[in-house]
Design a protein around this ligand. Structure first.
Ligand code: PLP
Length: 426
């Protein structure tokens, strides 16, 4: 296992011939392996099958307050659903709006309404302003960036550090530029790095001075209960921190059960100050009479309470932890000590973030694709699909089987080595 920096051209060429032979053998196998999207595996989904008949087997289709869940009503959700998710997000039930089947949908619509109508405290709809800008800690979640692109919101890249985004940079930008209206954050087990923001980062977000009075933090806590260890990361409560700093209306929180129960048939949740919640509820009332209460009731009846939810997530972890371990041990055995790649070891979430040498990610992804391994497109983790260093690759280990993962990782590691050698020889 030698550091590539210590190899001369002849040694690199010899290694290249050896690795190419292995790569070509894989290529001839006509494989079809997919590590591109963070989808739960069928085994994970099976854990929630009990939800499919929990309502019929439990007799009543009435919520705790007597609401018939089969009928219209309940704009912000059933009381027991609000109660349940208020415990997940550690906020009050009146600070919650239960949405439909997707938190991404809630985020998209929140931006759309801000552009068309403004947010609580806006002087004008964002869309009427000469420019609207968002800060995008990167690498980040590609679909956040796509929403900005769709609405013509200019994206500014902010680097990720080991404890969250670069706060010095963020504080400087938001203090000076009135056009910066928001920031995307995945604060726990971030997509893709798996980083959890430190208390200091949360505090600085809550306290920072913003030139725009209606600045909002889009706090996408998608992986809040998705731990891979028995010693989970702790995330400081941003809404409480914002209240304490006198900026109670600054944060929009989002989460969902997409990777807890059923992806695409879960529950999306919004949480914020009562001012924001009331403001949005008035607008929401024009859009819907209320979200799917049958889905809300079956989720609450199935999960029962937070302790039970935690047990469910432990079962999820038992299924996916070996997959994360496979990816990490392959990275270590194939790329460790070679000085050609680095990666994060997450304590939770859905992804492993791999950084190649600068300028290599696109070529690695293409080379893997040619051998039948699909990865998230290189660059997708950056605004406009443009990773300025062309080095980040997002690995999604949850869906493939262990055997598939092992093979896919072998091929990916071969590609990283081959592209790195190419770069060093050029
Ligand atoms: N937010 C993050 C950070 C994600 O990684 C994902 C899915 O990968 C989502 C949101 C999508 O959530 P939902 O299914 O609730 O729309």
């Amino acid at each position: 296992m030698s550091d590539y920096a210590s190899l001369n051209a002849a040694q690199l060429k010899e290694l290249q011939t050896e690795l190419l032979e292995k790569y070509n053998t894989y290529k001839q196998e006509g494989l079809k392996l997919d590590m591109s999207r963070g989808k739960p595996s069928p085994e994970q989904l099976n854990l929630s099958n009990g939800m499919l008949d929990v309502l019929t087997s439990n007799g009543t289709l009435k919520a705790a307050d007597g609401t018939d869940v089969r009928n219209y009503g309940g704009l912000d959700g059933l009381p027991e659903a609000k109660d349940f998710f208020s415990q997940v997000l550690e906020v009050k039930p009146e600070e919650i709006i239960i949405g439909g089947n997707s938190s991404l949908n809630l985020m998209h619509d929140t931006i759309a309404r801000a552009m068309l109508l403004g947010v609580y405290g806006s002087n004008a709809p964002w869309g009427k302003l000469p420019a609207v800008k968002f800060l995008c800690p990167s690498p980040g979640y590609d679909r956040h960036f796509s929403i900005c692109e769709l609405f013509g919101i200019e994206m500014i890249v902010v680097d990720m550090k080991a404890d969250g985004p670069d706060m010095d940079h963020i504080e400087k930008l938001v203090k000076e530029d009135e056009a910066i209206k928001g920031i995307w954050c995945v604060p726990k087990y971030s997509n893709p790095d798996g980083i959890t923001y430190s208390d200091e980062v949360v505090e600085r977000f809550a306290k920072m001075e913003t030139k725009a009075d209606d600045f909002r933090i889009f706090w996408d806590d998608a992986y809040t209960v998705h731990h891979l260890t028995d010693e989970p990361d702790r995330l400081k409560n941003i809404l409480a921190a914002c209240k304490a700093a006198g900026n109670a209306d600054r944060v929009f929180m989002f989460t969902s059960t997409s990777k807890i129960s059923f992806a695409g048939s879960g529950i999306g949740v919004f949480a914020s100050s009562v001012n924001n919640v009331n403001f949005i509820k008035k607008q929401l009332a024009m859009q819907t009479i209320g979200s799917d209460k049958i889905n809300q009731l079956r989720h609450v009846r199935f999960f029962k309470n937070i302790e039970n939810l935690k047990l469910h997530m432990k079962k999820q972890a038992e299924i996916i932890k070996p997959k994360f371990d496979t990816v990490l041990s392959k990275l270590e055995s194939e790329l460790g000590g070679k000085n050609i790649a680095s990666w994060f070891k997450p304590n939770g979430g859905y992804f492993i973030s791999l950084n190649t040498l600068d300028g290599c990610a696109k070529a690695v992804v293409q080379m893997a694709k040619d051998a039948g391994v699909t990865l998230t497109g290189a660059g997708a983790t950056y605004p406009y699909g443009n990773d300025p260093k062309d080095r980040n690759i997002r690995i999604a280990p949850t869906y493939p089987s262990l055997e598939e993962l092992e093979k896919a990782m072998e091929i990916l590691c071969l590609c990283v080595q081959l592209v790195s050698i190419e770069k060093k020889l050029s």
